[in-house]
Structure formats: structure tokens, C-alpha cells
Design a binder for this molecule. Structure first.
Ligand code: 13P
Ligand code: SF4
Length: 304
């Protein structure tokens, strides 16, 4: 038996014993996606975290995702296999600076991308993910001013889609920012019949050139439904694994091999096993921060 098979067997046994579920984001290592009970984008995963009967959730993703699960399921044990798997975009805003911005615009509604800390969600009126951001913004009364945090690029994309002007926080995803318009131009020359799908965390110059701009799970839908047999993908490279698995006859080309999020690659089979054996690393959100953050998340889930 290979080392990986041995680890997978041990994980399966412990999962049964502890009544645990493994959730994995679409950017995780292939072996982690294959091991997971449920895999998806941030919206899928937050819905699943809110609805599962399992007592333990092992969250293979980054810290804000495990935190979202802990906010929505406060009585469950939520484990993050590597405590260092953060999100640099989420760290580009904190509760104090958001409070200062709100003081400048006391009437504004605050829409916060789930890629944010619990404290920032608690200061927000409603959350969104890349899959439902336009729907969330459109649900807000037309005469209301909106502060959109922390992703300026997702915010710009939503402005274009909804026609709503917003006050944009200047955050961004360093991984998606590495994707440039020239990457699309080069790949389109190499594969003239291919379709291009990119994530809304990309720069506006990139989203402007794409055939579709979607969340990671919506990319899977696009790839399955679009007749093109070559699809060029502009997001974190982990997405190629489920796309190729879902569509073995199609060809998927990454816009750039530089689009890797190191934080998303930190969960390994060894660390998932250790998480279940040693109950680590516990992610908990308590008190008024949890309650207020939960309100913002539940308002989002009610929209989409
Ligand atoms: P989605 O899977 O929700 O599109 O997520 C993008 C992302 O950056 C997660 O870190
Ligand atoms: Fe954060 Fe970007 Fe990594 Fe997503 S891909 S976790 S937004 S740094």
C-alpha cells in the first residue's frame, strides 16, 4: 500500500469515529479534493458548513473559510489543518479601519466579501462571495451608498455588472493580480478557438478580455456546458484538477503558471490526519463578534 493510501485509510477510520466531515475548496491539492466529502467554492462551502450534521468539520481551505464555518456552526468543532493558511487579501482590512470608513459615511451599507476576518464581517451589514456579489449588491435599496470591502477588483466587476457606484476598499488578491492581459493575448494566439474564463478577483483589464467571469464552482458549470473543447482558465491553478476530472475529454490551459496561492496548498494528507488525531487547529469565534458576523452571513445566504 502506498503512503498516501495508508494515510487515506487512517483518515477514513478517524472520520467515522469522530463523526467528521472534510470540506475542501476548489484550489486545494488534488489529493485533498479527492479525499473530501464535499468540495466547492466559498458559497457552496459556507452553505454546507451551515447545514451539516457532522460534529467535526475539517476545513481544507484558508483561515477565513474555517472561521465562516465556525460562525455558522458554533456548536461544532471546526479544524484547520495548518494554522498558517491565511489569506493576504483578508489581512488588507481590519475592524478599526472599517469603523473609521463607516464614520465618514454613516448612512452607507457595508458589503464585505467573505475573504475577511470575523471582526470585519461583524462590522458589515451583509457578506458576499464571488458567486453572489452582484445579487447581494442588487438587493440593496438603490438610494443607499455602499462601501464594498476588501477586494477592489471584485468591487469593480460588480459595479460594471450592476451599474451601482460603490466606495471600494483598496484590497486585492496577490495571486490573481499576477494574471495579466498579455497572458490572455498570448494564449488566445496559441489557442484561437478556446474560450477564456477568469475569476472576478482578476484585474479589470483581465476580466474585460474574458468570455466569462465567474466563481470557481461556476467555472466548473461553464466548462461542462460550453461546447468549446479547449478552455483557458484565469484563476488559482488548483481549479484545473476538478475541471479536468469533470471533463476528461476537454483541454484546460492555465493563463499563467504563476497563479498559485501558497496558503491554499498548506493542507496535506499528513496534516488532515494530524488534525483529526490531535484536534487541531481549533477555529472558534465567540460572543458579539460571532453573533454580528453571523447576521451578515445569514443575510447573504438569504439573498442567494
Ligand atoms: P470562490 O471559490 O468562492 O470563487 O473563491 C475564490 C477565492 O479566492 C477563495 O480564496
Ligand atoms: Fe486569498 Fe487569493 Fe489565496 Fe483566495 S487565492 S485565499 S483570495 S490569497
Amino acid at each position: 500500500m502506498s503512503r498516501n493510501q495508508e494515510l487515506i485509510e487512517k483518515i477514513e477510520q478517524l472520520k467515522q469515529k469522530r463523526n467528521a466531515i472534510i470540506l475542501a475548496h476548489n484550489y486545494q491539492l488534488g489529493e485533498i479534493q479527492d479525499l473530501a466529502d464535499f468540495q466547492g467554492d466559498s458559497l457552496d462551502l459556507s452553505r454546507k458548513a451551515a447545514a451539516t450534521d457532522a460534529e467535526v468539520i475539517v476545513f481544507c481551505g484558508v483561515h477565513f473559510m474555517a472561521e465562516t464555518a465556525a460562525i455558522l456552526s458554533p456548536d461544532k468543532t471546526v479544524l484547520l489543518p495548518d494554522r498558517n493558511s491565511g489569506c493576504p487579501m483578508a489581512d488588507m482590512i481590519d475592524a478599526d479601519s472599517l469603523r473609521a470608513k463607516k464614520a465618514e459615511h454613516p448612512e452607507a451599507v457595508v458589503v464585505t466579501y467573505v475573504n475577511s476576518t470575523a471582526e470585519v464581517k461583524a462590522e458589515s451589514d451583509i457578506c458576499c462571495t464571488s458567486a453572489n456579489a452582484a445579487a447581494v449588491v442588487s438587493s440593496i435599496a438603490a438610494d443607499k451608498e455602499i462601501i464594498f470591502t476588501p477586494d477592489q477588483y471584485l468591487g469593480t466587476f460588480v459595479q460594471e455588472k450592476t451599474g451601482r457606484r460603490m466606495i471600494l476598499w483598496p484590497g486585492f488578491c496577490p495571486t490573481h493580480r499576477r494574471i495579466k492581459p498579455e497572458h490572455i493575448e498570448q494564449k488566445k494566439k496559441e489557442y484561437p478557438d478556446a474560450k477564456v474564463v477568469v475569476h472576478p478577483e482578476c484585474r479589470p483589464e483581465v476580466t474585460a478580455l474574458a468570455d466569462a467571469v465567474t466563481s470557481t464552482s461556476q467555472m466548473r458549470k461553464f466548462a461542462a456546458e460550453n461546447p468549446a473543447d479547449t478552455i483557458i482558465v484565469g484563476t488559482e491553478l488548483g481549479i484545473i484538477h476538478p475541471l479536468q476530472k469533470d471533463n476528461p475529454k476537454k483541454k484546460f490551459i492555465a493563463l499563467t503558471e504563476q497563479a498559485i496561492c501558497p496558503n491554499m496548498k498548506m493542507s496535506t494528507l499528513e496534516k488532515v490526519l494530524k488534525a483529526l488525531e490531535q484536534n487541531q487547529y481549533l477555529v472558534k469565534v465567540e460572543g458579539p463578534v460571532r453573533q454580528k458576523a453571523e447576521q451578515a452571513l445569514l443575510r447573504m445566504l438569504a439573498v442567494s
